[in-house]
Every structure is written in structure tokens, then in C-alpha cells.
Design a binder for this molecule. Structure first.
Ligand code: MG
Length: 159
């Protein structure tokens, strides 16, 4: 019998001046970037958590603790690659990924295709099966004030 699993992930980071804004493995010109122990790729962190949740493998903080020196400023693509390997070892294949990034600025729509390509190369699925959407919170709350960024991801996997 087919074992089909859904998983969801959510992540937040503070936005500060002088840090890089990297989303889905793509560097985006921005006055502010994510404050984080890693490179702060909030989108990849949400996707990793969605995969781990779907496979019943805990969460990103458990596998890649921010107390471990080896994860300082790490390229989050490395974390995604390791996560995909973990679920593959459990016999799962990825059916699709859907995601949303919520931030006030900059506009990220022109970078979405590059993000899908980057994610596709690590997840080893067609980019048609990977969705990255963007929204603002209409100037409300911490995302609306530009204090932070949020990403949500939902995945489907099967074995
Ligand atoms: Mg994070």
C-alpha cells in the first residue's frame, strides 16, 4: 500500500541591515537581510521542516542545532541536501513542494524562477513540482513593518 505523507513547515527571521537576503538559495539585493546563525534562508528552513515533519523525523533545530559551530553561516542548501538524503534513506520520494514567503520588501517575484531551479537541483524533482509564492502582510505586523520575514512550506512525499 502506498504511504503518502503531507508535511508543513514555518520559519521566521529578523531582518537587519548589513546581512544578506538569501531565499531559496538565491541572493536578493536588499537593504536588509536575515539575522541568523546560518545564512538565514528562511524559505529553505521552512521546506526542511516540512520534509522532516512529513517523514516523522523531528525538526530542523534537532538535526542542525544552532549551538553547533559547524552550522555557523552555513549555506542552507547544504541543510536541504542533507534533509532530502534523510527522507530518501527512509524510502520517500518527493511529490511536490508548495511555499509562500511573506515580506514587505523587496519584491521577490523576479527571483522566483531562479529559486525554483535551485530547489529543483537539490530536491531532484522537476521545477514544475516546486512552487514559491510571495505575499506581503499589507503593512501589518512585524513583516509589514519590515522587522522580519516569514516562510511557510507544505510538501507531499510518498513511499
Ligand atoms: Mg531559520
Amino acid at each position: 500500500m502506498m504511504d503518502i505523507r503531507t508535511g508543513q513547515g514555518i520559519d521566521f527571521h529578523r531582518l537587519v541591515k548589513g546581512r544578506l537576503l538569501r531565499l531559496g538559495g538565491v541572493d536578493i539585493p536588499s537593504a536588509k537581510g536575515c539575522l541568523a546563525y546560518s545564512d538565514g534562508d528562511v524559505l529553505i528552513h521552512a521546506i526542511c521542516d516540512a520534509f522532516l515533519g512529513a517523514a516523522g523525523l523531528g525538526d530542523i533545530g534537532m538535526h542542525f542545532p544552532d549551538t553547533d559551530e559547524k552550522y555557523r553561516l552555513i549555506d542552507s542548501m547544504v541543510l536541504l541536501k542533507e534533509t532530502v538524503e534523510m527522507i530518501s534513506e527512509k524510502g520517500f520520494r518527493i511529490i511536490n513542494i508548495d511555499s509562500t514567503v511573506c515580506l514587505e520588501e523587496p519584491k521577490i517575484s523576479e527571483y522566483v524562477m531562479d529559486m525554483r531551479e535551485e530547489l529543483s537541483s537539490v530536491c531532484k524533482i522537476n521545477k514544475e513540482l516546486i512552487s514559491v509564492k510571495a505575499t506581503t502582510s499589507e503593512k501589518m505586523g512585524f513583516t509589514g513593518r519590515g522587522e522580519g520575514i516569514m516562510a511557510l512550506a507544505s510538501v507531499l512525499i510518498s513511499r
